[in-house]
Design a protein around this ligand. Structure first.
Ligand SMILES: [Zn+2]
Length: 127
């Protein structure tokens, strides 16, 4: 117990590393690769190194970065779902500035102007 005091412990990055190890180990049941086995050990050692680290602020910063990275994917998929569910609008990206324009879904060819940069382009809406 005294060994664990002052150590960083487990966090969401630790569990993600653990999950990756389990997945790789299952894959390696079929592959029987020594190289993959070494990779699994290396990843495990890294996971435990983090858990037993005394540099708590550095480990917390790593975990924060990891969570930000994961949340970015979550947010993108949420936005994609919202746009798919919106049957009254289409979403087009301006080629000049990259802004996403929400346009009414009217079938046919239309011209639109990007409100951000003034770029005029045509939009073709199929059924
Ligand atoms: Zn634009």
């Amino acid at each position: 117990m005294q060994f664990l005091s002052g150590r960083y412990g487990t966090d969401s990055l630790f569990y993600a590393i653990f999950a990756v190890c389990v997945c790789l180990a299952v894959i390696n049941i079929f592959l029987q690769s020594i190289i993959l086995q070494l990779v699994i050990y290396a990843v495990m050692v890294y996971g435990f190194y983090r858990a037993f680290s005394r540099n708590i602020s550095a480990r917390a910063a790593e975990n924060r970065k990891f969570n930000e990275f994961i949340n970015r994917f979550k947010n993108q998929s949420d936005i994609r779902k919202q746009r798919k569910a919106d049957s009254f609008h289409i979403y087009k990206k301006c080629r000049r500035c990259g802004a996403v324009l929400r346009l009414p879904r009217r079938v046919g060819k239309h011209k639109t102007v990007c409100p951000k940069c003034g770029n005029e382009f045509s939009v073709h809406v199929r059924k």
